[in-house]
Design a binder for this molecule. Structure first.
Ligand code: S3P
Length: 196
């Protein structure tokens, strides 16, 4: 089983609709990092859509999610990759030893923006009930916030600006990794040009 010390991957976390896949792909292409989207890998490797997994049950999906995350990390080994997690991956304790907080960037998008994006989406099994979505978001924010870097994005951040901001965060993490610097358990909230 790969350990956090062996994997050189950086992970994107955040709620459904926060842009992990879209921004991750664009930023990885610009930095010439190999990119994986965990949900896409699950669908590809199981030959089942996420909706089909959820028809079995959520625990069934979580088992597949964990198994494929393990598989992916053992295949990528020490190669630095960018991996967009599913919105629930980092929340589930079984995955936490595989995704150390010092390698995670949290895409923090205001709830009303997420709500609007999710209302227009039909393919996410957990996004169908607006009240459930709000509850889930409230439960998860404290956990997402344990990431090394919180990238606060607003409705004003268009695709290009959000990608540029993510690139700044990725460069910072890659720099830390190259020098063996962890975040010492401290969370940084980053906008471009500001670090707190
Ligand atoms: C989930 C988020 C989804 C997907 C699955 C469960 C969640 O990924 O993994 O439907 O628990 O939040 P996205 O965050 O990419 O939509």
């Amino acid at each position: 089983m790969p350990t956090s010390a062996e994997s050189e991957s950086i992970f994107l976390t955040g709620f459904m609709g926060s842009g992990k896949t879209t921004l991750g792909k664009l930023a990885a292409a610009q930095l010439e990092l190999i990119f994986f989207d965990l949900d896409e890998e699950i669908e590809l490797r199981t030959q089942q859509t996420l909706a089909e997994h959820f028809v079995h049950s959520e625990p069934y999906f979580r088992e597949q999610e964990h198994r494929i995350l393990l598989e992916l990390l053992s295949e990528t080994g020490e190669q630095p990759c960018l991996i967009a997690l599913g919105g629930g991956t980092s929340i589930h304790s079984v995955n936490q030893p595989l995704i150390p907080p010092e390698r995670i960037i949290f895409l923090d998008v205001p709830f009303p923006v997420l709500e609007q994006r999710l209302a227009a989406c039909t393919h996410r099994p957990l996004a169908h009930d607006p009240r459930g979505v709000k509850r889930l978001h409230e439960q998860r924010i404290p956990l997402y916030s344990q990431a090394a870097i919180t990238l606060a994005l607003s409705a004003e951040d268009d695709l290009m600006r959000a990608t540029d901001k993510l690139i700044v965060c990725l460069r910072e993490l890659l720099w830390d990794m190259a020098w063996g610097i962890g975040c010492g358990g401290l969370c940084r909230v980053r906008w471009v040009g500001q670090s707190f």
